[in-house]
Design a protein around this ligand. Structure first.
Ligand SMILES: [Zn+2]
Length: 313
């Protein structure tokens, strides 16, 4: 049987995923465009997103794992149009980011899992679009009680469906270690879990302790932001992990979303090439120049995410 991955345009054979970025977004509005639609110029937003995705596709990016949850303003109808117009495969997410709905604070984790499972097996809303990944998030300050509920629910939804989990962690505080601990308590298969934003730390020993638990790491947020590791430091951490033998557990991404265009705003010149191509145009060529085997660089973009998404070996 050929493994398939659910995307916003339906199932895609895993062998056709090509180059996959591990943690991206197509549109992040935190829901403002649903609630306050007059704030946005919808047509220009759409045009801009499509243009950047087309450019990404032409630059060799075939698939995005789009980790946009309801609290980040997930809009699968928008993403479906953008995927269709650009030819980029987009895997969309169930789960919840940092703004956990108040209704979840007292909801039983099994009932939260039911919600995630519905979005994986039946679809998101009435779109028929099935989620291909479960997103969870815990930030500075660590895992809150309601955050723990969501982690346990995600682990249970993974066990029920086989749909993988991808996390947001605040790596400088080693929040991923607590995520791993909770997933372990739930008996979740660790080889279907990715601990994200892991390049926000340069602590290779910490990252290796996560990898020893059997998870994948998303080395993302390239090219970095002020006060956090820059892209060269991210590359150095990635290279150190590859040298320690972990290439088969590492993926890369930018955690990028094109900015929604505000109503009445003047045209702001955008970054060129699109941020979706920073890894392929700058960081990964530099990694190769630094002596990392080009076959390994291909593997972390193609084979590793394919295994993460499908569970195939
Ligand atoms: Zn993100």
């Amino acid at each position: 049987m050929t493994a398939v991955v659910q995307t916003v345009l339906g199932p895609v054979e895993a062998s056709r995923l090509g180059v996959v970025l591990s943690h991206e977004h197509v549109l992040v509005s935190f829901g403002d465009h649903f609630h306050y639609p007059w704030l946005f110029d919808w047509e220009r937003t759409k045009a801009r997103v499509v243009e950047e995705l087309q450019e990404a596709k032409a630059g060799g990016v075939d698939t995005l794992i789009d980790l946009t949850t309801p609290d980040l303003g997930r809009d699968v109808a928008f993403v479906r149009e953008a995927a269709r117009a650009s030819g980029v495969n987009v895997v969309v997410a169930t789960g919840i980011w940092r703004d956990i709905p108040r209704s979840f604070w007292t909801r039983d984790p099994d009932e939260i899992a039911d919600i995630f499972v519905r979005e994986i097996e039946v679809g998101i809303g009435d779109t028929g679009v099935k989620a291909g990944v479960i997103k969870v998030a815990n930030d500075a300050g660590g895992v809150t009680p309601e955050g723990e509920r969501v982690l346990r629910a995600a682990a249970r939804a993974l066990k029920r469906t086989g749909c993988p989990i991808s996390t947001h962690q605040w790596a400088p505080e080693r929040v991923g270690a607590r995520q791993v601990e909770i997933f372990r308590e739930e008996g979740a298969p660790m080889d279907r879990i990715c601990i994200g934003h892991s390049a926000d730390t340069t602590d290779v020993d910490y990252l290796e302790s996560l990898l020893r638990a059997g998870v994948f790491l998303s080395m993302d947020r390239y090219p970095g932001a002020p006060g956090r590791p820059d892209w060269r430091q991210r590359n150095a951490t990635l290279k150190a992990l590859i040298e320690r033998g972990w290439a088969d557990r590492l993926m890369v991404g930018h955690d990028y979303a094109p900015q929604p265009v505000r109503a009445g705003a003047a045209d702001v010149p955008r970054e060129r090439p699109t941020r979706y191509l920073f890894l392929r145009t700058v960081a990964l060529p530099a990694l190769a120049a630094d002596g990392v085997d080009p076959d390994i660089i291909e593997r972390i973009q193609r084979e590793v995410p394919r295994r993460f998404l499908t569970g195939a070996s």
